[in-house]
Design a protein around this ligand. Structure first.
Ligand code: ADP
Ligand code: MG
Length: 616
């Protein structure tokens, strides 16, 4: 027999299944999208064991005709296209006609359904792609699909899966994204038999956001509504005072389909650049409705990626849309007495990119953003404080030193520069200056050092945390009153699924009902400098996709992140006492690099300086 053999039909199905169905969340996505396509107003989802054990989706849509049920599980069967050209006109989600067959090839599927035109329902059972039975059963309405033991016959794929909690996270993500895109449908999610959330299905995006993300985010929504010739960009962003340390808060949709797209992501980054703290990212729900001819949705087998025909144009339109929303938000503040120049209402934008001058547009946007900066600041600052105090009432921001002294910052720097602080009489370490509220200038015999206060402090905290963590767990301190944190559903699931890890990190956390958790302790950091603890950053880190196999690296990343957010920042004015402490750490304890590998200290010798001035 030759080496080339024809694949059996079942191997072909298994191979093809791999393309579409990589993990429980991809199966779930297909099922939910089918339910949406079936015209449902209610979709109930049950997930057991991260979806590996069982996924169950019930919808009250139109149901399958009995005769269709049989063939729906053969490959390339779909009711949605009759000929290839239809692909370009398709409004519904699926059209590949592969999803059901692919899922059935790698699991045990039972479908119970009743078509609205039929008297009696029917049920089909398929295991590993093979039909076990098809029979008539009584069933009231809609379709119930149970998918059990995913990948039971493809062990390689099963091994490739992550832990149930990680798979669950991705499933919840899919449901959230679908629920946001379809506020007219009521989504209900149960996890391992317990109710997690439901959206009301009242056709109101903000009610869906409220059910999924809680009141804090809901109360801070800013509307985006921007029309252009061939479409519309709309949705909401959250006031940037509430933000994330990564892009887990980016939700975008093209023609109501949740998609991934780099251009949209970049445009959001760019639009918020001047409106958010450095290295923070907004929470945004962005919908783009666009003529289907201007996109290609099928670049990815799972249809989650979309490509725009004119990417430059989309980038600009998103910038304009967000900018517009910022302007409108400022106009609201006008009512409260903050003056801001009114800008003319934008005319409908023509979908012809040549009419846009790239640079011109950028400048316009930046000017607009800058001109509104002042009035924004007051708004932001208030919110900022509100958010901070809600999170940790014990924290005194280092910046308040500056406010308490009531000296303007330039004067402050002069005073410090003229001041010579002896850190130790015997040693000749002298603080000779303080630059940009960031670098401490030190002279030690023939050497000049510039010491980065953040890098040194970050390293100290990291070393301490790491030592404690390796020795068992991080010391904790009881909070005077517990911090109650509002979380999104997904965040809450992840936090509750990682209580042990948080505990080892020094956070004792409890479920506090609905969208909230209570934090009772925080890590006791042994540093002489007053610091704040920011638990949201750690949560955001956990939300990022991480490889479970590399737990120690993951923990190390968290410790780094934690140290970074705990440490005093560049630009934070610090007291002389704190300066001395930093200098001691840098020069006496030889802290040379921050945990991310950046140097903490610049050293210049007298010789180097004199060479520069050509004295030598
Ligand atoms: P596609 O969605 O690409 O058509 P699928 O394999 O996902 O392919 O589904 C095949 C067909 O099965 C669909 O075209 C639809 O007619 C039918 N179908 C799937 N799920 C449902 C459902 N929940 N309710 C009614 N019909 C469904
Ligand atoms: Mg489908």
């Amino acid at each position: 027999m030759g080496e080339i053999v024809k694949l059996s039909e079942s191997s072909k199905n298994k191979l093809a299944a791999g393309e579409v169905i990589e993990r429980p969340s991809s199966a779930l996505k297909e099922l939910v999208e089918n339910s949406i396509d079936a015209g449902s107003s209610l979709i109930n989802i049950d997930i057991y064991g991260g979806g590996i054990k069982k996924l169950s989706v019930y919808d009250n849509g139109k149901g399958f005709l009995k005769e269709d049920l049989d063939i729906a599980f053969e490959r390339h069967t779909t009711s949605k296209i009759k000929q290839f050209e239809d692909i370009f006109q398709l409004k519904t989600f699926g059209f590949r006609g592969e999803a059901l067959a692919s899922i059935a090839a790698v699991s045990k599927v039972t479908v119970t359904t009743k078509h609205f035109s039929e008297e009696i329902g029917s049920q089909i059972r398929i295991e590993g792609g093979k039909k076990v039975y098809l029979k008539e059963v009584p069933f009231e309405k809609g379709t119930l699909i149970n998918v059990e033991d995913l990948f039971f016959n493809t062990p390689a794929r099963l091994k490739f899966l992550k832990s149930p909690s990680s798979e669950l996270k991705q499933c919840v993500d899919i449901i959230e994204r679908c629920a946001l895109a379809n506020p007219n449908i009521s989504f209900k999610l149960n996890i391992d038999g317990k109710q997690s959330f439901f959206t009301p299905g009242d056709n109101n995006l903000t009610s869906a956001i409220l059910s999924l993300y809680g009141t804090e985010i809901y109360k801070n929504l800013v509307e985006i509504n921007f029309e252009f010739e061939k479409g519309r960009i709309y949705g909401y962003f959250v006031q940037p005072a509430i933000n994330r340390s990564n892009r887990t808060g980016y939700f975008f949709y093209v023609n109501r389909r949740p998609v991934k797209n780099r251009i949209i992501s970049l445009a959001i980054d760019e639009a918020f650049k001047n409106n958010i703290m450095a290295n923070r990212f907004p929470i945004i729900f962005l919908f783009i409705d666009i003529n289907p001819e201007d996109i290609d949705i099928n670049v990815h087998p799972q249809k989650s990626e979309v490509k725009f025909v004119d990417e430059r144009l989309i980038f600009k339109l998103i910038m304009l849309a967000i900018n517009d929303a910022f302007e409108n938000r400022i106009k609201i503040t006008n009512i409260q007495g903050i003056t801001h120049a009114n800008t003319d209402k934008k005319e409908l934008i023509n979908l012809n990119s040549d009419e846009f001058d790239n640079i011109q547009l950028h400048q316009n946007i930046n000017n607009k953003l800058n001109s509104s900066n002042n009035s924004q600041k007051t708004l932001f600052d208030n919110n900022y404080l509100g958010v901070m105090t809600g999170i940790n009432n014990e924290y005194t921001p280092i910046k308040t030193h500056q406010q308490a002294f009531n000296i303007n910052s330039n004067k402050q720097e002069e005073i410090i520069v003229n001041q010579v602080v002896n850190i130790d009489q015997n040693d000749q370490i002298k603080i000779v200056g303080y630059l940009f509220n960031t670098y401490i200038a030190v002279q030690k015999s023939d050497l000049l050092y510039l010491i980065d206060q953040h890098a040194v402090h970050e390293r100290e905290i990291y070393n301490n945390l790491k030592k404690m963590f390796n020795e068992g767990s991080i010391l904790r301190q009881q909070l005077l009153s517990p911090i109650i944190l509002n979380l999104t559903n997904k965040e809450k699931i992840i936090v509750l699924g990682n209580l042990d890890l948080f505990n080892k990190l020094g956070f004792e956390i409890e479920d506090f009902g609905s969208n909230t958790i209570a934090i009772r302790t925080q890590p006791l950091i042994t540093t002489k400098i007053k610091i704040k603890v920011k638990i949201e950053d750690i949560i955001s880190e956990l939300l990022l996709e991480k490889d479970n196999n590399d737990l120690s690296r993951f923990i190390d990343d968290i410790l780094k992140k934690l140290s970074c957010s705990l440490a005093i920042k560049g630009g934070d004015y610090i007291s002389d006492f704190d300066k001395n402490y930093i200098v001691k750490l840098a020069l006496e304890e030889n802290i040379l690099f921050c945990p991310h590998g950046r140097p903490t200290t610049l050293e210049l010798s007298r010789t180097q300086i004199e060479k520069y001035f050509k004295r030598r």
